[in-house]
Write a protein of this length. Structure first.
Length: 194
């Protein structure tokens, strides 16, 4: 089984660039394949620009990109043994899944819908972890903000908190990016004491 690394941080904290650099260096050392699972959806001009910027950042490397906004498990057939895989990002995937429509309702409105999706996603993370040389998951840190008065935003925050805790528990490394600098909270399975 390879390594699993979880990287969180605020918007534009440098988490994606750090994750990409980490995997590029490791893959280059062993001539491994780089795989980028992109969950972003170009819903507006700002998001389109961010997606384009991320593509430009990866242009000099030989990334195999999988556009997968929902249903992470559908990427499994594309992952090969000893790949270096980056999933960017969990928070975007969660928003996409919460607002997938089923029978005229969004998942966020259907009892146990997100529980099933989260369970499937965590199983998929384990499967990718068992195949890849290194699997890095990027997520936005949104829990430092004041609590929202909106019920759907509260549900989103609750899910982020649950998923972050579960993924950090599964991970070998847990890193929080701040101002472009990595803060290790867990390194090679050991909690970093401060």
């Amino acid at each position: 089984m390879g390594k699993l690394t979880f990287i969180s941080g605020g918007v534009r904290s440098g988490k994606s660039a750090f994750a990409e650099k980490l995997l590029v260096e490791e893959a280059t050392a062993v001539q491994g394949r780089l795989v980028y699972i992109a969950s972003g959806r170009a819903t507006d001009q700002e998001m389109r620009q961010r997606i384009d910027r991320h593509k430009l950042d990866r242009a000099t490397q030989s990334w195999t990109t999988i556009e997968q906004q929902t249903n992470l498990h559908e990427t499994l057939s594309s992952i090969q043994p000893n790949d270096f895989v980056l999933w960017d990002c969990l928070t975007t995937w969660l928003a996409n899944e919460l607002y997938t429509e089923q029978d005229g309702q969004f998942c966020i409105q259907i009892e146990n819908c997100m529980e099933q999706k989260a369970k499937k996603m965590l199983e998929t993370v384990e499967q990718i972890h068992s195949i890849a040389a290194h699997f890095v998951i990027v997520s936005n840190e949104v829990l430092d903000e004041p609590a929202s008065i909106y019920e759907e935003t509260q549900k989103y925050s609750e899910w982020i908190g649950k998923l972050h805790q579960q993924l950090v528990g599964m991970s070998d490394n847990a890193i929080e990016m701040d101002y472009g600098l990595p803060q290790y909270w867990k390194r090679e399975g050991q909690v970093v004491v401060r």
